[in-house]
Design a protein around this ligand. Sequence first.
Ligand code: PLP
Length: 460
Amino acid sequence: MEKNSLLRQLPKVDEVLRRPPVAALELPQTVVTDLVRGRIEELRQRILEGSLTSLPTVEELCDGVCADAAAAAKPSLRPVINATGVTLHTNLGRACLSEKAVAAAAAAARRYSTLEYDLEKGERGSRYSHVEKLLCRITGAQAAMAVNNNAAAVLLILSAVGKGGEVITSRGELVEIGGSFRIPEIMEQCGCSLREVGATNKTHLRDYENAIGEGTRALLKVHTSNYRILGFSESVPLQDLVALGRKHGLPVIEDLGSGCFFDLERIGIHGEPTVMDSVRAGVDIISFSGDKLLGGPQAGIILGSEEWIARLKTHPLTRAMRVDKMTLAALEATLQSYLDPEKAREEIPTLRMLSIDPARLKLRAELLRERLEKEGVLCEVVPEQDQVGGGSVPTQLLPTWAVAVTPRNLTVDGLEERLRTRSATPIIGRIAHERYLLDVRTLWEEDFALIAASVAEADR
Ligand SMILES: *Cc1c(COP(=O)(O)O)cnc(C)c1O
């Protein structure tokens, strides 16, 4: 009885739609109608379940609809403040583009472009031409192209080179890279069979050589980006593998993963090979990501001999993996910076973040601490260590400085959650030793005032 009377008292959709706050919403009528229906339907369900014994006022219902409308209007893909210190945070979008790359991508997006148009000839051109010369100049490769990402590049290369035959790979390099990208499964997709050689920790040149047979199509080397086999381990030097390939007329393919142009040794990061090392070693086909250590947009870059790249450009899969104009524009601008390595280090955020001197990071942390203290936040500057991220340099941590916040009113977890879910620009930090850490390596100083205000507001 009670339920029936409550159900009868539920407001009509039209009645709610006419209320000023709802009528004033700047969303399409159909969307607003759906939101109102949703709210009323929710009340109806709760009455039927018996969990609602008195109705909210129509004003309260309208407030709910307005809150839903505000949530619906917010984009799902939003900028966040990365206070984790992980430079290449895959979940937060990996590399941040340089200002030049951003401007180039915006210009390509806004107007028409020479994407596939040759201005000199006045006829159709190639979309790959925009980055090929630059890639060759920077790396010394003969030819180059770019596809959607490195996973696509590996898929394309193995399909074009290995299909119907065998590809020989070391057991120590059968990697899985986040999600479901596993070398053995990719091989299967490409129609080639994997011939594993060696042991997990050691593979010798003779292991490759003994496996070469009639059906062999290529030798594959995979950079073990996100893990290292330490201790009693050995892999075949690239030069030796290339020499073996030459001897048997087999191409050597290398999936470099991160793909770094900048000699990271110069900034104290050890053991990450450069793309140029692989080109010099004579590897026939090399692929790597655009948005890892390179610091550009998501892309899969392929370098190789003219013959191989020509074959890849015309492979049927290539059309399904092609890069769009915004990516090409951003990639070209990023590559331009690399013509001068010092300029690359200043202009490309990834390199800038990785190469900041710890003393400067400390000053930056002091600056953030001052801002926070001005807002009444209890905090101190502490030394910390960072991962590079993006499956790069897994065994080395970089020394850094962070501001450790001790909340006054919330738990540390509570503060972390509020900053993540309630800040106008979400802040993603990390928790260590019962304190909330804001790691300054991945922050922009221009955001410090906003960060300080958000932390103070969250803990009020
Ligand atoms: C990251 C990575 C990939 C995948 O690259 P995406 O650009 O993310 O598609 C492939 N191989 C290796 C070794 C990697 O490290």
